[in-house]
Write a protein that binds this ligand. Structure first.
Ligand code: NAD
Ligand code: WQD
Length: 337
């Protein structure tokens, strides 16, 4: 199979490229490098012994996308490219709608003109309505999101659903990710956000490494087991393997379907801190602070549909997620020393 990965040099795209190459597929990465580096292409080759194709380009550039489709001739697209910072999307809605929704429309037009009709989309658990109880099941209502970022995911899912209804030869799988963390066990690829991380695990990693003084635990009075927020953390390599399974499904089914990629288990902020302490071998300082605006107390996935339709379940636990995150953090430190 030939897979075109938009946003392919990013965090989830690069790990998915590894999983696809290791399963014997051909991969082309298409990325404007806004939030990643071309160095990742070499790292993927070092891990797999196979060189992925790379083309620098923006998904909003329809002519460039068409060039990519006509030269590479993919069987399917895995569409990771997009902006993903929830807080930034509140401050810059126009940029988010333009990049994520506008970019997807340009890409779909290029697909239609060049004859590619299969797409796996990086959606998010953020599409589920606030008031849904966990586990989140794919049939639950999706009406509006709490941020422009989340709204772009809902709008793109809607566009894909409408297109599949209007033109019966399309195949779309909307993968709703929960909280991807960790890194490839080699430590050669992982997540390295610029500036102070917004997400929990990259923040904990920097505290563990002494680059930040303590973890700010946002809320200790939630109605959860230990009072801290609960999420469904999933190892990025499990997520990557979920894409390989979804690709096989997409090749043999038409229409549009949403599928959760999560473990089906919730872990608290303190569970993460303690698992990370085991991984790095020392205590991690933390302070319980006020709740972060907009956070939910607890949510996690139903992983049943992924199991029944894709034959996929997440295999790795918190221990492996934190071990591989810590290993990557040490590789980063080694590089900058
Ligand atoms: P990332 O920022 O590491 O990767 C996204 C990649 O897309 C980057 O390499 C960036 O340079 C590229 N890109 C952005 N806009 C582009 C454009 N207009 N044209 C070409 N390339 C462009 O993010 P990630 O964590 O790998 O996320 C991948 C996808 O998964 C995103 O769509 C994100 O919204 C979605 N997602 C991520 C999470 C998460 O927690 N990481 C959770 C749910 C969904
Ligand atoms: C996890 C838990 C925080 C940071 C976000 C997006 C979501 C998806 C994944 C893309 C919560 C707590 C966090 C910190 C903390 N991305 N926390 N201290 O908010 O579940 O999801 O990323 O689609 O759309 O909203 O992830 O890692 O920010 O937070 O205590 O410094 O950790 O309150 O309970 P979140 P997160």
């Amino acid at each position: 199979m030939k897979a075109l990965l938009t946003g392919g040099t990013g965090f989830i795209g690069s790990h998915t490229a590894v999983a696809l190459l290791e399963a014997g597929n051909e991969v082309m990465l298409y990325d404007n490098l806004y939030n990643s580096s071309e160095r990742v292409v070499g790292a993927i080759e070092e891990i797999t012994g196979k060189k992925p194709g790379f083309m620098k380009g923006d998904i909003r550039d329809e002519a460039r996308m068409k060039e990519c489709f006509t030269t590479f001739k993919p069987d399917l697209v895995i569409h990771f490219a997009g902006l993903k910072a929830v807080g930034e999307s509140v401050a810059k809605p126009l940029e988010y709608y333009d990049n994520n929704v506008g970019g997807t429309l340009a890409m779909l037009r290029a697909m239609r003109e060049t004859g590619c009709r299969r797409l796996i989309f990086s959606s998010s658990a953020t599409v589920y309505d606030l008031h849904n109880p966990s586990p989140y099941i794919e049939g639950m209502p999706v009406t509006h999101a709490t941020s422009p970022y989340g709204e772009t995911k809902i709008q793109i899912e809607t566009i894909l659903r409408d297109l599949a209804k209007a033109e019966s030869d399309w195949s779309f799988v909307n993968l709703r990710y929960f909280n991807p963390i960790g890194a490839h066990p080699s430590g050669l690829i992982g997540e390295d956000p610029n500036g102070i991380p917004n997400n929990l695990v990259p923040y904990v990693a920097r505290v563990a490494h002494g680059r930040l003084p303590f973890v700010r635990v946002f809320g200790g009075d939630y109605p959860t087991r230990d009072g801290t927020g609960v999420r469904d953390y999933i190892h990025v390599m499990d997520l990557a393997e979920g894409h390989a399974a979804a690709a096989n499904y997409c090749l043999t089914h038409k229409g549009e379907i949403p599928i959760n990629l999560g473990t089906g288990r919730g872990s608290s902020v303190l569970d993460i801190i303690h698992a990370y302490e085991k991984a790095c071998g020392h205590e991690i300082p933390y302070k319980i602070m006020d709740r972060r605006a907009g956070d939910l107390p607890s949510f996690f996935a139903s992983a049943d549909r992924a199991k029944s339709l894709l034959g996929w379940t997440a295999k790795r636990g918190l221990e492996e997620m934190c071990r591989d995150s810590w290993n990557f953090e040490q590789h980063l430190a080694g590089k900058s020393a």
